[in-house]
Design a protein around this ligand. Sequence first.
Ligand code: RTP
Ligand code: MG
Length: 135
Amino acid sequence: MERTLVLIKPDGVSRGITGEIISRIERRGLRIVAMDLRTLDTDTAKTHYEEHAQRPFYDSLVEFITSGPLVALVVEGERAVEAFRALAGATDPINAGPGTIRGDFALEVQQNIVHGSDSSYSAEREIKLFFPDLA
Ligand code: RTP
Ligand code: MG
């Protein structure tokens, strides 16, 4: 079993598709082991996206991800990291296939509805950041 950190980003929450996304995760057979609606502070957002600190879109990404409430989830299952990223689709929604979350609900590369950890190593770091008390 593997765990991954999923975020329903502020655009997903404000558009009212939280239930739709959770439903897709559950229908796929992945299990939700923690879930929380919260607004990120700037420090947490910067730490979460620290791998992108040198990228030109970093400041704008931090501003976006802190712009309103998001839903953070820990999702568990067989190859959960890969399984969720397949559900999410490509980073740029234009390249995300129909049937994926981004392919069905997004058009812009920044406001792309969801985050999913990109490796089991990142998942461990991100889960500790969002849910330090989770066993
Ligand atoms: P995420 O980390 O959110 O799951 O997305 P990802 O792995 O598919 O993509 P990543 O390369 O890690 O990028 C993180 C987030 O930054 C925003 N982004 N903006 N050119 C741009 O303006 C740009 N590129 C990426 C997106 O919100 C992306 O999900
Ligand atoms: Mg990423």
